[in-house]
Design a protein around this ligand. Sequence first.
Ligand code: ADP
Ligand code: MG
Ligand code: ZN
Length: 590
Amino acid sequence: RIKSMETTLQTMSHTSNDSRFDGNEFEWSKRVEHLLQAVFKLKTFRSYQLMAINATLSGSDCVLVMPTGGGKSLCFQLPALIGDGLTVVVSPLISLMEDQMNGLKALNIPTAVISGQTTREENNEILKSMADPKGTLILVYVTPEKMAKSKRFMSQMEKCYRNKRLNRIVIDEVHCCSQWGHDFRPDYQFLGVMKTQFPDTPILGLTATATSAVILDIQKILSIEGCIVLKDSFFRSNLRYFIKKVDYKREEQIEKIAKLLKTKYAKQSGIIYCLTIKDVEEVTEKLKSLGVKAGAYHAQLEPQVRSHIHRKWSQNLCQVIVATVAFGMGINKLDLRFVIHFSMSKSLENYYQETGRAGRDGQPADCLLYYRFQDVFRTTSLVFSEKNGLSNVYSMLAYCLNDKTCRKEQMATYFGDKWKNNCDQMCDNCMNRDESSETDVTKHLLNVNQILNNASKMSERMTALKLMDAWFAKGNKKLRVDGIQSPSIGRNVCEQIIGLLLIDGYLKEEFHFTPYSTISYLTVGSRSLTRSKDMKITYFLNSLSQKRSNKTPKVKTIKKQKTSDNKESVITINDNSMITIDESDDEMND
Ligand code: ADP
Ligand code: MG
Ligand code: ZN
């Protein structure tokens, strides 16, 4: 009966949440409820857990998408206890597997981990038990590397399958299959053979990554096209999202962060994410010199050094870990009160993952991102050669430059989720529903293109900085174009325009190698060339886009004044009693 149910389910294409699995009327429902309380000592299921458990127990292949900390593990650990037989769990990290195994052993659930680190005797024992028709093992964790390499493991799985005891194949962090995801691992592609080798065993894939493209790719790689996809909402109501636009020096930024760590976040724990290892080292050193207990974490450190700092931080002996993206999976700390991005992430996907580590205990936590125009080009020149590298950065850039739409709504839209929630003032844009206004930037595009064409005639390459200078009649005289007036709007607003034109393909980046680095240059984009003459380009520009702060950034006073050359400038005094000036012209008196 279950078999025929499975076929009907699989012939239908499910891309969203499936209410048929929402109920308590399954033959296993009583037992499921009992196990939750008696074995796992939990009161109730969280939103998608029961649906996922019912879906996988009904024998269907399923991909479950839930935010980090949402409780995906329970969705296979509990079903593993129903009926005789074995659940094989593929997981990318030994530390993750060992943590889970220790947790399960504490609950008296027979569990084993097979990795490069287990001894030959231990391995033999586990492998024997897998094939044993009377084996008592319930869960076996294995790395994809081991699975791909060990013929013996696969042969034992086959025996287990022939004994009709291979109940379920679980693939944790299943996005690692896909090159479209943020954490591709070649060995995960081997998992494509699971469906052909074990056609009657349901597959359950787990991930916090939710772009539709990645999910479709996962289904294709695992040969489970059209399987049930259960997708929890992206909404983490306890996370506050802020972007702080800065144009001051990095030193100063680190000093500001240090101040935050000593005041607002004093005695609280968090992570600072940086783009490069060099950034990590610079930020860590400077923070330490300012008396902050900080530790660096990146891929070039020895594993012992990394686990040492991770441990100190877990025990609150170190306030903050300054890290590259290498610090990610395997973070068990639930009480992070802040995740600070020293600069933008390489993709919105990464950003979502990285900030999702904050506030896993459900208490409020801050996600603060520092946006600096120059960082855009540092980031693109690092990733331009990667598949989707540039478009990923541009999605992140679009998020940074959109001062109008709720941050959470922007992310939900990006991940293909319908936004039906209320942010409740938990992001900067919802707190300042104000000063964005639609502006015609066609003239600016024409000017910028003229400057770029002029430079190209002289075989000069224009970095973003050089372009901005020429536009504002600064820097090298020959790069300026007569007749182009320097804009009457602030430099930061002009940077916003350049960013938006870039995202839309009116401008384009080109990359050139020097012996030491890669440099991004701006050129006229293809869309500029195909644009019909009378088409206007308009953007929502925030004339006060500099005024963001990580505290309640309500603007109290706005003064307008004329500068010596009759340009209008705006001075804002916000409630942090910080005075910020929205004109970076040198003539301006500070
Ligand atoms: P994920 O794999 O989705 O990141 P985990 O499975 O590691 O999340 O679970 C995160 C935390 O949530 C764990 O500490 C777990 O015990 C807890 N948890 C899971 N399900 C429930 C539940 N129904 N009620 C309370 N706590 C839960
Ligand atoms: Mg997990
Ligand atoms: Zn919002």
